[in-house]
Design a protein around this ligand. Structure first.
Ligand code: NI
Length: 159
């Protein structure tokens, strides 16, 4: 495993549609390992491959419950409800935003063996799934935020 370098927030790869993975080979499996290591090192709850400069549909998530989720070619199947909460991104250090997200989602993806699986999540997991799947479409949370908070600013200051 190896730490990968996070690309800068204005990198073109963060704004591109990521390519589907066609063959789950050793390169892809190594990449998933490196993504997890990089996410844990940066103390993030999720990481998408474009964030390390690789335009592939790969996501890792660990919302802090010790369960590492790996998603290859993930697709959003269903979304319910809406909740507004604070969100940040390893690609945009220092800033956060109040972002509306579905409170519950169902996602389909492939695992390391190429088997299709369905994952349902609510709360933080639902938020992380939507945030990371957005990365694969070139969408950043600042595109969806109702309000952007600059470094040092706390929510509700001007309410
Ligand atoms: Ni992000």
């Amino acid at each position: 495993m190896a730490l990968r370098k996070l690309v800068a927030g204005d990198s073109a790869v963060l704004r591109a549609q990521a390519h589907p993975v066609r063959t789950i080979d050793r390169v892809i499996l190594n990449l998933l390992d490196d993504m997890a290591e990089t996410m844990y090192h940066a103390k993030g709850v999720g990481l998408a491959a474009p964030q390390i400069g690789i335009s592939k549909q790969l996501v890792v998530i660990d919302i802090g419950d010790g369960r590492l989720l790996e998603l290859i070619n993930p697709v959003l199947l269903e979304a319910r409800g809406e909740v507004l909460d604070l969100e940040g991104c390893l690609s945009l250090p220092g800033i956060s935003g109040e972002v509306p997200r579905a409170e519950w989602v169902a996602v389909q993806a492939l695992d390391r063996q190429g088997r299709e699986f369905r994952l349902e999540g609510e709360g933080l997991l639902a938020r992380a799934l939507q945030h990371e799947l957005d990365h694969l479409q070139g969408i950043l949370f600042i595109d969806r935020a109702k309000k952007i908070l600059e470094p040092g600013e706390s929510p509700g200051e001007d309410r």
